[in-house]
Design a protein around this ligand. Structure first.
Ligand code: MLT
Length: 316
């Protein structure tokens, strides 16, 4: 059995996989180089994180039977083509939920207290205490969580500790005991959530059906001066419409994901932020903690062990 790892993956995980078969570690591979690497190695199993897996890549290695995404989202993999070819696709939902929730809280706090601007000024020798005396504070504000999956729930746990009121919306009823355990109230729909939230945080995966789920209409419905936090997936929010709302001084934004990333990520950020200090952003680092990367590595290993031993993949 040959496992091709086409993104960064911890040595400890690679060592365990090497006991199951041959491991070819090519973290530098781009999406364009992936088909040739699959063709050369004739990999049985492919492990990826950010590298896009196209139908051409899936077709390049006839023995390929499993693709494992070392992350939660599967939108970087052509899953329809994989199904047609009988190739399993597995992901690691929940394993980086705490890390993403921590970054979400970081963006909320950093925007409210303007931590980045204050740091940059101080770094350049300016002690401007009075300029930073206008934070709103979080206690008593309403946080609207769009979606209530594993990441949103971890955000709720942390946001509660800051005294935020939590509302959520989903396209299905959320079990009352789950809502109660997280101190959250489910409102009728996205519109109702936007009406009442001071901070809106997006936690739904990307799919064709929710492309621009938060578009111009939804952004216009947000409270004036409200904050949008987006750590889920580029494309769920209409970045162009967000740029207009930010430039009009209507909204603030904390972003970890962009429509054109990775190549267009910087341009996307510049488009949205312009000269505005009302946008704080990070380059898709939500899942990038040692703890999350170790949990993901363990899960990838567990999935591959299970697939090799029993020919099945089930979520833990
Ligand atoms: C995920 O899908 O879990 C993350 O986006 C992983 C990543 O950082 O690539």
């Amino acid at each position: 059995m040959l496992v091709l790892i086409a993104d960064k993956f911890p040595p400890s995980g690679r060592d365990v996989l090497a006991r199951l078969g041959e491991v070819v570690y090519r973290p530098e591979l781009s999406a364009e180089q992936l088909p040739a690497a699959l063709g050369e190695t004739k990999a049985d199993i492919l492990v990826v994180r950010s590298t896009v897996v196209s139908e051409t890549a899936l077709a390049a290695s006839p023995p390929l039977s499993l693709v494992v995404r070392a992350g939660a989202g599967t939108n970087t993999i052509d899953t329809a083509a994989a199904s047609r070819r009988g190739i399993f696709v597995a992901n690691c939902p929940g394993k980086n939920a705490i890390a993403v929730a921590e970054l979400t809280m970081g963006l909320i706090l950093a925007l409210d207290r303007r931590i980045v601007d204050a740091t940059l000024e101080l770094r350049h020798g300016t002690w401007n205490k009075s300029k930073y005396g206008k934070a709103r504070g979080l206690k008593g504000q309403t946080l609207g969580l769009v979606g209530f999956g594993m990441i949103a729930r971890e955000v709720a746990v942390r946001a509660r500790a800051f005294g935020l009121k939590i509302v959520t919306c989903a396209n299905h009823p959320i079990a009352p005991d789950v809502l109660e355990a997280h101190g959250a109230i489910q409102v009728a729909d996205l519109g109702a959530l936007l009406d009442v939230s001071d901070i809106v945080s997006v936690h739904v995966p990307y799919s064709k059906t929710n492309h621009h789920y938060i578009g111009a209409e939804q952004l216009a419905r947000m409270r004036p001066g409200a904050t949008l936090i987006h750590t889920s997936r580029g494309g769920v929010v209409d970045d162009k419409a967000l740029a207009e709302a930010v430039r009009a001084g209507r909204l603030r934004a904390g972003l970890d994901v962009f429509e054109g990333e990775p190549a267009g990520g910087q341009a996307d950020f510049k488009n949205i932020a312009g000269e505005h200090g009302d946008v704080y952003a990070t380059p898709h680092i939500g899942a990038s903690t040692e703890q999350a990367e170790s949990a993901i590595s363990d899960e990838v290993v567990r999935i591959i062990e299970s697939f090799v031993a029993r020919g099945i993949v089930h979520h833990a």
